[in-house]
Design a protein around this ligand. Structure first.
Ligand code: ADP
Length: 296
């Protein structure tokens, strides 16, 4: 059969498909805490989490450090949110969940028999994908946690509200409308209000599950700026689908991946290192394939 000179010429001339470049690491030059001064805030040891009989994540051992932002990345379903929600035992609210291994926060066991989950969630705040202000005033949203934990002094509550809203870079925008409903704010402001609410109880750790994925680009950058400021005081752990975002804001990046075995699809930690290293010199081939967009 004669070959078509046009199509065969086109086929051989077609350049190989180039993989997109990995995301640019924006904070590679940011001052980093000396290794000796880094403080482990959250230690995860041989951790696995099951939804009923289904093991969603397994073999996770890693440290999250104080005054650092750690990003957890990986394809959908690999267990990023499961790991995040395991840190403050949010998964306990789901029927049939059980954990193996343990997580320590500043040396205290999260899964030990004596853990008080109300106290735990005070130490570990959480910000969700969709801003979820309570249907109450801006002021009442911010002081919700301190009131729940028994603070009644009006002057103290006012101080907490101002301090938290300032820390969340929202004070100037809302100081004259504190009695207005939190739901009346824009999406980006609502997310910063939720961040103010989570820091009002002075947690040690802030968990963020795709905190900017429902926001417009300008609000996203504001929330990212805010995270950079907050990391001076907190341990921040963020799940993000957005690799550019992980590269922009995080100090450390953890790459997770689900197993391909049909009988065991549980997510595992594949590579965990400095963000600058993970996005420029990944050690594992699977990390490289993921960050260059070859799957996921
Ligand atoms: P990711 O955040 O990486 O997208 P998830 O942690 O949400 O992944 O999910 C990991 C795995 O656990 C997925 O297979 C998901 O279907 C499963 N899973 C998540 N939540 C539940 C649940 N409440 N009940 C049962 N399975 C769940």
């Amino acid at each position: 059969m004669a070959t078509d000179p046009v199509t065969s010429a086109t086929a051989t001339a077609r350049p190989p498909v180039a993989a997109p470049p990995p995301p640019t690491v924006m904070n590679a030059d940011a001052p980093q805490i000396d290794a000796a001064d880094r403080k482990v805030a959250v230690h995860v040891q041989d951790f696995a989490l099951y939804y009923g009989a289904f093991r969603a994540i397994t073999d996770v051992t890693m440290d999250f450090h104080h005054q650092e932002i750690t990003a957890i990345i990986g394809p959908s379903g690999c267990g990023k949110s499961t790991l995040l929600r395991s840190i403050n035992r949010m998964n306990d609210l789901i029927n049939g969940v059980h954990a193996e291994g343990d997580i320590m926060i500043n040396g205290q066991s999260v899964y030990g028999p004596n853990t008080d989950t109300v106290e735990l969630r005070k130490r570990v705040g959480m910000v969700f994908q969709r801003p979820n202000p309570f249907p109450m005033s801006i002021f009442d949203n911010v002081v919700y946690g301190p009131r729940l934990h028994g603070e009644r002094d009006k002057r103290k509550l006012a101080e907490i509200a101002e301090r938290s809203l300032r820390s969340a870079a929202l004070w100037d925008e809302v100081k004259d409308i504190l009695k207005q409903s939190g739901l009346s704010l824009s999406g980006g402001q609502q997310q910063r209000l939720c961040i103010a609410r989570s820091i009002a109880v002075q947690p040690d750790v802030i968990l963020m599950d795709e905190p900017a994925s429902a926001l417009d680009p300008i609000s996203t950058l504001k929330v990212e700026d805010l995270m950079r400021e907050l990391k001076a005081h907190y341990t921040i752990i963020i799940v993000t689908h957005n690799m550019q975002q992980a590269a922009r804001i995080s100090d450390m990046t953890a790459f997770m991946l689900g197993n391909t075995n049909a009988k065991d699809r549980s997510g595992r930690l594949i590579e965990y290192t400095r963000t600058s290293q993970l996005f420029t010199q990944p050690k594992d081939k699977r990390t490289e394939e993921y960050i260059t967009g070859r799957f996921g």
